[in-house]
Design a protein around this ligand. Structure first.
Ligand SMILES: [Zn+2]
Length: 466
């Protein structure tokens, strides 16, 4: 993997990320409200708990959310700490937070490594509501949606690697089925320092692209400050998506500013060894390991494998089809033509009608010379659209190639007999005559003559003609 570090070598870049992902659950973290904050009208999925009404008390932590958090941690190679964890109150004041504090747990897992980047800690917390600054309106549907916060070590040395790391991380979390799929379900605070200067935090960047752009901008900005002989002050900055620049938000808060205290309304979280064992036993293969295995086991090229593993269901479909066909061919067709058709139709493997048998059958037909590569592209489109079996589709389109030598020879003999001038031309060394006669065979068979066999037999026959 290209780390793109060389061009930043002199800058001694240190980039760390605090990544927030929304955990996939039906209910919120401390109450039974639906966690669907996107498809329902504002302030519909709320109750006294998630809007912090006087006298309301949180329920215990949503177990599904906790399970998903543990899956993430174990998948990233972290160890779970063997102690009860307090849920703490982190105080700050904002219209989307009626309690004036956000509930956030102590670190539950830590000491992991993912793609060479240290994972310092992972904890669970609640999402605040959504405050529409311009209209001054607050929607509390999101208030109490469970979040995981993943804190990395400052091991990332370029914006490009930060982008690659985040893309792979998100893909892994999708594989695990533990995060919500909507866009905007990732938010990150980005820390960056250059040339040993002070650390700058860029708050709440909400896309991978935004994180990349914010980092690129900060490098240019900080370099310019240092070149003018200035110093970088430790501060929190805001990334403006529209102008793609960062602006000073406030001087950095310290831990003391948040006045953390354990929430007296919640019993500490305890993770039992049994729970951990159970989760560990059902963890799926990581995309990273799958990539390595596909390249070794099936001898597939990196580009094909990257395309296959970018979609869990596509990679599963490929593996099933490879059981009954040549994996090199099956991999190629899944990674290119099948994927192209799915994208074109805005479908996924699970929403389309494609099955592993389509691919393995099709590869078999091609290898036996009964289906041309050109026609196979049409067949794959029909299979995605209709789900009909490959032989049925080939019949319908009259795609069966003539590859029987006996049948081809008979046709070739007739063509040779009908075109004496072309035969003479071939004899006198005119290669165009061969193409002309080949074209005649193709016409005669309505394009169904298997090309390589036809050319070979045609040459043999022409040489044999006295
Ligand atoms: Zn609620």
């Amino acid at each position: 993997m290209q780390l793109h570090e060389d061009k930043y070598k002199d800058l001694n870049l240190k980039i760390g990320l605090e990544i927030h992902v929304q955990l996939k659950t039906d209910q919120k973290i401390f109450c039974e409200c639906s966690s669907d904050y996107i498809n329902s009208s504002p302030n519909n999925n709320i109750c006294p708990i998630c809007t912090s009404q006087p006298g309301s008390k949180p329920m215990g932590v949503n177990q599904k959310a906790l399970e998903n958090l543990l899956k993430i941690g174990l998948f990233l190679g972290c160890k779970a700490y063997e102690k009860p964890f307090y849920v703490q109150r982190k105080h700050y004041f904002y219209p989307d937070l009626p309690s004036n504090y956000q509930r956030t747990s102590q670190p539950i897992l830590g000491n992991g490594v993912f793609m060479g980047v240290g994972i310092w800690e992972i904890h669970i917390e609640e999402d605040p509501g959504r405050y529409e600054l311009r209209e001054g309106k607050v929607d509390f549907n999101r208030s109490g949606v469970p979040l995981a916060e993943i804190v990395t070590a400052p091991d990332i040395k370029s914006p490009e690697y930060a982008r690659e790391f985040l893309r792979d991380l998100l893909l892994s979390l999708e594989y695990l089925g533990v995060i919500r799929g909507e866009s905007g379900s990732i938010r990150a605070d980005v820390n960056i320092s250059i040339m040993g200067g002070n650390r700058i935090e860029i708050k709440n960047v909400n896309s991978v692209k935004g994180i990349y752009k914010a980092l690129k901008y900060e490098i240019v900005r900080q370099k310019a400050v240092l070149q003018r002989g200035g110093t970088i002050t430790m501060e929190t900055r805001h990334f403006d998506e529209a102008s793609m620049i960062t602006k000073t938000l406030r001087k950095k808060e310290t831990v003391a500013d948040y006045r953390y205290i354990p929430d007296p309304d919640l019993v500490p979280i305890y993770i039992s060894p049994e729970m951990l064992n159970e989760i560990e036993s059902v963890l799926p293969e990581s995309p990273h390991n799958k990539k390595k295995r596909f390249m070794e086991e099936y001898s597939l090229g990196e580009e094909i494998v990257d395309s296959l593993i970018s979609d869990l269901y596509l990679s599963d479909l490929f593996e099933e089809s490879a059981k009954n066909s040549n994996p090199l061919e099956a991999g190629k067709w899944c990674a290119t033509e099948l994927k192209r058709r799915l994208n074109e139709k805005n479908l996924s493997v699970s929403t389309s009608k494609i099955k592993p048998k389509h691919i393995s059958d099709m590869v078999g037909f091609i290898e036996r010379g009964e289906l041309s590569v050109k026609n196979a592209k049409w067949i794959i489109e029909d299979a995605v659209d209709t789900g009909e079996e490959i032989p049925v589709l080939m019949d319908k389109k009259n795609f069966y190639q003539i590859s029987s030598e006996d049948t081809l020879i008979k046709i070739i003999e007739k063509i040779i007999e009908d075109n004496p001038k072309a035969v003479l031309d071939f004899k006198s060394g005119n290669q165009n005559a061969l193409h002309f006669l080949f074209g005649k065979v193709v016409n005669e068979t309505e394009g169904r003559a298997e090309p390589s066999k036809t050319i070979k037999l045609l040459k043999d026959k022409l040489c044999a003609v006295a």
